[in-house]
Design a protein around this ligand. Structure first.
Ligand code: ZN
Ligand code: ZN
Length: 89
């Protein structure tokens, strides 16, 4: 069961490699036109599994801006915990 969790987790970050051998771990996007998935980098070919360039152009079908974020919602909601409203009492 825990294995499925980690598998699922791996799907939302890029497992490609950056120059120098660093793991990318970048956010993944999906092209809504062709279904291609990959991370987005601000330069060309910054990651072995880069899918989109600076302008969110799809490397597979060249559509621009036709991307959706592949996110595991629970991870992002975590950062919302530091609410300043807690100080008021
Ligand atoms: Zn990547
Ligand atoms: Zn595409």
């Amino acid at each position: 069961m825990a294995r499925y969790e980690s598998l699922k987790d791996d799907l939302v970050v890029c497992d490609g490699e950056r120059p120098g051998g660093f793991p990318c771990r970048g956010q993944l996007y999906r092209c809504t036109k062709c279904g291609h998935t990959g991370c987005q980098q601000n330069k060309e070919h910054l990651c072995t599994k880069q899918g989109f360039n600076l302008n969110f152009k799809c490397y597979a079908c060249s559509a621009v801006g036709m991307v959706e974020l592949i996110a595991s919602g629970h991870r992002q909601s975590k950062s919302a915990a530091s609410s300043p409203a807690r100080l008021a009492s």
